[in-house]
Design a protein around this ligand. Sequence first.
Ligand code: SF4
Length: 337
Amino acid sequence: MALKQLVEKGLENKTLFEKHFLEQNTFFPNSDPFVVINEDSNNITIGKCIRALYYEKMEALEKQFDARVLMKFEDGLGFEKIVCSALQRTGNFLADHVKIKFPYKNIRISGEVDLIATTSDGETVGVELKTGTGYYFQQQVFYGYKNEPTVEREYIVNQLQAAPIVEHLMQAGIYLYYYQNIFKSKKELTNINKWFLLYKDNETSEMAEYIVYLTVDSKDSKHYINTAKLNETGSYDAIALKPIAIEDIFENFVMTQNYIDISVLPPRSYNPSYTDEEIDELLEKKLLSKNKHKEMKAGKIEKMHYKCAYCQFLSLCLQNKEIIRDEEPLPIVQNVL
Ligand code: SF4
C-alpha cells in the first residue's frame, strides 16, 4: 500500500475511533449546536439540522468524508501548536485541551477547550482557534462583503459585515456559560468573561480576532451571545447579532434527545426540496440571495437549503427513513491500526 494511502487510512480510522466515544445523550459544543431565531414571525434555524443530528446520533452514516476533507479537519492542529508555544514564550499560556462535561436535564454537554490564556492585562480568557481558506472564508471572517453575499448569514444583522461563523459563536458561548455558571473549583479560572476566537487564513497566514461575551436579558434571564471584532487601531467593533441564547441551544439538544428516546424521526430543520413559490418567498424575505434564486430557477443548482446540499443524510431524509436500533453500539476500539 502506498504511503499516501496509509495516511488516508489512518485519517479514516481516527474518525471511526472517535465515533466509538459518542455517547448518545452527550452533545458537543464544537459540532452540534443549533438554535431557532424568531424574527418577524419567521422561525429561522441556525446551525445543525435536528434531523441530521438525530441520524448522526443513531449512527446512520450514509457516506464517510473523503481523506481530503478529513485532512482539512486536521489542519487546525498545527495552528493550535503554534499559538500555544507562542503564548508559552510570552508567559500567557495557562492550559490547552481542557475537557469539560456537565449535565443539563436528561443530557450531558461535553467539549474540549482549545486554550486558556491570560491577556496582557492579566485577565484569564478562553480561546478557540480556527483555520480556513478561500474567498468565502476570507469575506466571512476577515473583510466582510461589498455586495449582498451569496451565502446565507441569517444570524447577522448587517449582512455585509465580517463576523465569526455561527457554530464557533455558539461553541464559545457554551464554554463561557460553563465557566461563568458551572465551573467553580479552580480559583484562577473562575472569572472568565471573554472568549476569543482567533482565525488563521491558511493561504495568507493572517489572523482575525473576535471577542465573544454573554449578556443576561433581564426579561427572560437567558444568556445571549455577543461579539466584537478587533480593528486596526487595536479596539473592538461590535457586530450586531440576532438573539442567540445559550439556554435555547441546550433546550434543542434536549428536544433531539427526546426524539431519540422515543425512536421518532424529528421534523426537518431545513427544506431539501423547495417549490418555485417557496424560493420566490425566500427571496422576498431576504432569506435567499438573488444569485442563488436565479441559479435555482434556471436549474443550475438544486432547489434546496444549502445545508441539505451538503448533508450526509440527504437520501435518508428524503425517504423519511426512521432508524431502528437493532444492535448494541460497537465496543470502544483501543488499537485502530
Ligand atoms: S437533508 Fe436537510 S432537512 Fe434533511 S437531514 Fe439533511 S439538513 Fe436536515
